[in-house]
Design a protein. Structure first.
Length: 151
């Protein structure tokens, strides 16, 4: 599946890597992903564990919150749940996207315009499912900011 509307070269490269690692399957597993291959985007990655509750309710826990994302947003969510996000409106907005990616096992793009420290910027995220046996159990997310709010 080609995602033509990715603005960032790094996100396009991440998508190609994910497709290669899927090797014809619905999605690659976490074990198929080698962090050493992702040096081009490592600080802009978010890794989320997908927890399933009663009636297949989904809950999201940040396993890794990339150092560049931390620097740009001013907080680190590593080890925390999505409902602990300091931007509740964003958390409410992203839940349906996460749910769609987990249930469909298909990549999705999420774009948002926002203000940070009085400057407007856009971020585009590529949401990629990871899992086994046709069930997504993680999300690999690449984030690209435009323009870079730290510049």
């Amino acid at each position: 599946m080609l995602i033509p509307s990715l603005d960032s070269h790094a996100l396009r490269r991440l998508h190609a890597y994910w497709m290669d690692r899927a090797a014809g399957r619905a999605m690659p597993s976490r074990a198929d992903i080698d962090p050493l291959d992702l040096g081009f985007i490592l600080g802009d990655l978010i890794l989320i564990d997908v927890e399933r509750g009663p009636a297949d309710a989904l809950r999201y826990r940040y396993r890794l919150y990339g150092s560049n994302v931390v620097q740009r947003q001013g907080f680190d969510l590593t080890g925390q749940y999505l409902e602990q996000h300091p931007w509740p409106a964003f958390a409410s907005e992203i839940v349906p996207c996460y749910d769609r990616v987990v249930r469909s096992r298909q990549p999705e793009i999420f774009s948002r315009q926002q203000e940070l420290d009085g400057r407007s910027f856009r971020h585009q995220s590529l949401l990629l499912p990871l899992g086994q046996h046709n069930q997504a159990n993680m999300l690999l997310i690449g984030v690209a900011f435009s323009p870079d709010p730290t510049a």
